[in-house]
Ligand binder design. Sequence first.
Ligand SMILES: NC(=O)C1=CN([C@@H]2O[C@H](COP(=O)(O)OP(=O)(O)OC[C@H]3O[C@@H](n4cnc5c(N)ncnc54)[C@H](O)[C@@H]3O)[C@@H](O)[C@H]2O)C=CC1
Ligand SMILES: CC(=O)[C@H](N)C(=O)O
Length: 387
Amino acid sequence: MLPLCFQSEMLGRALRAVSTAAAPGAAGGGVAARRPGHGGHGGHGHAQQQRRHRSSVGGQLLPADEDPPKILITGSLGQLGLEMARFLRQMYGQENVLMSDIIKPTKSAAAEGPYIFADILDFKGLQEIVVSHRIDWLIHFSALLSAVGEQNVPLAVRVNIEGVHNVIELAKQYKLRLFVPSTIGSFGPDSPRNPTPNVTVQRPRTIYGVSKVHAELLGEYYHHRFGLDFRCLRFPGVISSDPPGGGTTDYAVFMFFEALRTGKFECYLRPDTRLPMMHISDCLRSLWEFLTAPPELLKRRVYNVTAMSFTPEELAEELRKYVPNLEVTYRPDSRQLIADSWPQVFDDSEARADWGWQHKCSLQQLVETMVKEVAPQVQREKSTKAC
Ligand SMILES: NC(=O)C1=CN([C@@H]2O[C@H](COP(=O)(O)OP(=O)(O)OC[C@H]3O[C@@H](n4cnc5c(N)ncnc54)[C@H](O)[C@@H]3O)[C@@H](O)[C@H]2O)C=CC1
Ligand SMILES: CC(=O)[C@H](N)C(=O)O
């Protein structure tokens, strides 16, 4: 679940969206919901659009006469997908956000709104979904992350590379707006690590990174060659109280659970391994603000975004404010090699300058929020065991 402060912020935004859209003559922002790829800002000058965009801190609201977009999320039962669906359902309505994955949803996830089986490797199946559900926007989350990708390279090639071929071709055929996340993992040991700028050398050493560079380049190519409305953010490690899917940055989630369960945590990275990170609330908001940003503001189709950088040692120190006796030991494994090739500090100044990206959650707030969310989960586990 998202923190309460964030839920009420989203609710407030959704209500503002409704009231702006309902106001007679309201100057709603231009989500080209039914015609992705079109700006939807006819008659307004660039500077005026920019001012309006900035004053709404990114995300654009729907004008009264536009239907909400129909959105398909692939791989939506992973760490980011269900929270993204909740976020977008608050904005655009439960029925307009279709979750999909190849795994069976829990009863509670299925109860939250429409869910459908979709294998990213089945192009015809995807075509059928897009046509029958009249999809406008596609958010493509299916992937094998950095650590699990190294455990099964052939599968990672299929899901991360063939899967991207399928969604890009699908988006071209049906003129969908397409969001594909990339990652700090798209950089490698030859890239500058502190800071890592938006455009620099990218020679990643994991199949995950290679597949993400491939997605970035293919998406940019389809944008320039065919006008595809391709949008891609490179995320840092995302921290939430949902289980992560097998990445290198996952330690930062595990530390909260183990600290609150046992007061002890064995970390698979060295104490001084600095990596860029962000709370899921910032991740979801960046995605939405970028997805709805007027195309005129986008000088490129792939942007770095981040909120902070920290080491395991620094995270543990902050967490000791809540778990004073927390003991962290360090036993680096193969994930250390991956982390050592990734950015330490991510330069997202281009996203901040072009479409107004601003993070809100600091390390202190992230730790406070995570403790508030994880503590009741751990408490429930303990009482279930006691029964
Ligand atoms: N979580 C993070 O820290 C970051 C995530 N990202 C990107 O965001 C996206 C979502 O990440 P997470 O939710 O963390 O990943 P996750 O590993 O938690 O979820 C991925 C989902 O893809 C699904 N999937 C696997 N094979 C599939 C197939 N053949 N067809 C359809 N779905 C399939 C899985 O069942 C799973 O639910 C990924 O593309 C990832 O690269 C980028 C940077 C950071
Ligand atoms: C940063 C990512 O892309 C992901 N969390 C991973 O560690 O693989």
